[in-house]
Design a binder for this molecule. Structure first.
Ligand code: GUN
Ligand code: FE
Length: 441
C-alpha cells in the first residue's frame, strides 16, 4: 500500500488534549505515521488536498442493527414491545441470506458515506454470515454477531432457538469471523435482551465472553413497559438483573440505559460496563431520555449510536451528535453536554466503550488510519470548530473516508459500489420481506 498524505486540513485529533490543528496526516501501512506541518512526501505518496476540510476520526457507532435496514418505515409510531412483536420480529423472521446481505450492504453504504467507520452491530437469529460477508467486503470496521434468543413471548418460531443451538451457532461464528480481515471484522456475543434470553443462556454468555475476551452487546432499560416486565419476571431492575447473571463487565456494551435508578448506576460503575446512547431511537420509539451527563459524571463509559433504521430512519452519526447535543439541555440546561463531550461520545468514547481506544477513536500516530474528511459547508463561519462540527454537523458534506488507510469514499462517492443498483435491490428485498412477513405496508 503506497503511503498517503492528507494535506492541510483542520485536524480534530481527539488526542488527550483534544487539540485541533491545521496539519498534514501521513498514513503508512494502514496506520497514522505522523501528524504535523509540511510533512515530507517523497515520490511514491498519494496526496489528498484537504485544505478547507475538517479531518476527523472516523465515527464509532456503539449500537446498530444492520439487519433492520430494510425495515425502514415499516414500524413507525409504536412503542418498543409492540414495535418488536407486531413488526420487527416478523420482518426479521422473514429474512433470507440474500435479503440480509442487501440490508447490510445498504446500511454500510449509508454509514460509510456519512463518516461512520466502526460499528457494534446486533444481528437477528439467522443469516448473520451474510452480514459478516458484507462488512468484510465493504471495508467497514465491524463488531457484531447473531442475536441470541432462546425464549420470548410473541417472538416467531424462526427467531427462537434452544439454548445449546444458540450457543453452538454463536461459537461457530466466533471461529469463522472473530479477528479476521486483519482484525477489522470481529465477533461479539449478542444476547438480545433479558426478555429473549433464559438465565442459562445469559450465564453461559457471561462465562464465555470473559474466557474468550469477546464483547457482550445487549439491550437494557430502554422502555418503561419493558422494565416492568423484567421486574415481574426477575424480581430486579433490568441492569441489576444483568449484573446478577454476570453479564455486566468491562467488555459489555448495553444499548439505551434510559430507565435506570441509582442502584443500577452503581452496577455500571462497579462492573465497568458501557452504555450506548441512542437519542434518535429513544425519541422515535418514545422511550425516554437517558441521563448521559449524569452517567459521564459517574465515570461510566458512554458511546453513541443510531440503533436501527426502523427506529431511527437515518444511520448518520452526525444526526445523533446533533440530537445528543440538544436533548440533554431540557434537563440540564445549555451546558448539559458540551459539543466536545458529544464529539467524544461519537469517536473516542465509542472506541473506549468497545475497548479499542488504543487502536481507533482519535487521530494520533500509531493508531489505525480511520479518517473522515468533511467539507464544513454551512457549518461555517463559526469561531469554535468543535461547536461547528457538532451543532452544524448535518450542514457538512463527507468528502473522503478511509478505513485502515484504504479509501472507501472519495469525493463524496462510495467506491466499488453502484448505489442505484444497490437501492433497487433494497426496494425489491423490502417488498419480499413485507410479503413473507405478511404485514401491511
Ligand atoms: N430490545 C430488544 N430488541 C431490540 C431491538 O431490535 N431494537 C431496540 N431498539 N430495542 C430492542
Ligand atoms: Fe437496538
Amino acid at each position: 500500500m503506497i503511503p498517503l498524505v492528507i494535506r492541510g486540513g483542520l485536524v480534530f485529533t481527539q488526542n488527550a488534549a483534544r487539540e485541533v490543528v491545521t496539519a498534514d496526516v501521513l498514513v503508512k501501512d494502514g496506520k497514522i505515521a505522523a501528524i504535523g506541518e509540511n510533512l515530507p512526501a517523497d515520490g511514491a505518496v498519494k496526496a489528498i488536498d484537504a485544505r478547507g476540510l475538517f479531518v476527523v476520526p472516523g465515527f464509532v457507532q456503539a449500537h446498530i442493527h444492520l439487519t433492520q435496514t430494510l425495515c425502514r418505515g415499516l414500524a413507525d409510531d409504536r412503542e418498543l414491545l409492540p414495535w418488536l412483536k407486531d413488526r420487527i420480529w416478523p420482518l426479521e423472521a422473514a429474512h433470507s441470506a440474500e435479503t440480509s446481505h442487501t440490508a447490510a450492504r445498504v446500511g454500510i453504504a449509508e454509514l460509510l458515506t456519512t463518516g461512520t467507520t466502526t460499528i457494534l452491530d446486533m444481528g437477528t437469529t439467522q443469516h448473520h454470515d451474510a452480514i459478516f460477508e458484507a462488512a468484510r467486503d465493504m471495508g467497514l470496521r465491524y463488531y457484531g454477531g447473531k442475536a441470541l434468543m432462546d425464549q420470548g413471548e410473541g417472538a416467531p418460531k424462526e427467531l427462537l432457538e434452544d439454548t445449546d443451538t444458540a450457543l453452538r451457532t454463536a461459537e461457530a461464528q466466533k471461529q469463522r469471523w472473530h479477528d479476521t480481515s486483519g482484525g477489522r471484522v470481529n465477533f461479539v456475543y449478542a444476547p438480545r435482551f433479558i426478555l429473549s434470553c433464559t438465565d442459562a443462556l445469559m450465564r453461559k454468555v457471561a462465562e464465555r465472553s470473559r474466557a474468550d475476551r469477546v464483547l457482550i452487546h445487549t439491550h437494557a432499560s430502554e422502555n418503561k413497559g419493558e422494565i416492568e416486565v423484567v421486574k415481574q419476571i426477575t424480581g430486579h431492575q433490568n441492569l441489576r438483573a444483568l449484573h446478577e447473571l454476570g453479564c455486566l463487565h468491562a467488555g459489555t456494551v448495553v444499548a439505551h440505559g434510559v430507565w435506570i435508578d441509582e442502584s443500577e448506576e452503581a452496577c455500571l460503575v462497579a462492573s465497568g460496563a458501557a452504555i450506548c446512547h441512542c437519542p434518535g431511537s429513544n425519541l422515535k420509539l418514545a422511550s425516554g431520555v437517558a441521563d448521559v451527563p449524569r452517567l459521564l459524571k459517574k465515570g461510566v463509559r458512554v458511546g453513541l449510536g443510531a440503533d436501527g433504521a426502523a427506529c431511527d430512519n437515518t444511520l448518520d452519526q452526525r444526526v445523533e451528535m446533533r440530537l445528543a447535543a440538544l436533548l440533554h439541555r431540557l434537563q440540564h440546561g445549555p451546558t448539559g453536554l458540551s459539543a466536545q463531550a458529544v464529539l467524544d461520545l461519537a469517536t473516542i468514547g465509542g472506541a473506549a466503550a468497545l475497548g479499542i481506544a488504543h487502536a481507533i477513536g482519535s487521530l494520533e500516530p500509531g493508531k489505525r488510519a480511520d479518517i473522515v474528511c468533511l467539507d464544513p459547508g454551512f457549518a461555517l463561519p463559526s469561531p469554535d470548530p468543535v461547536s461547528a462540527l457538532v451543532h452544524g454537523a448535518t450542514a457538512a458534506n463527507v468528502r473522503h473516508v478511509f478505513v485502515d488507510g484504504i479509501a472507501r469514499v472519495s469525493d463524496g462517492e462510495l467506491l466499488d459500489v453502484s448505489l442505484p443498483a444497490l437501492m433497487a435491490d433494497a426496494a425489491r428485498d423490502q417488498r419480499r420481506l413485507v410479503e413473507r412477513a405478511r404485514i401491511a405496508r
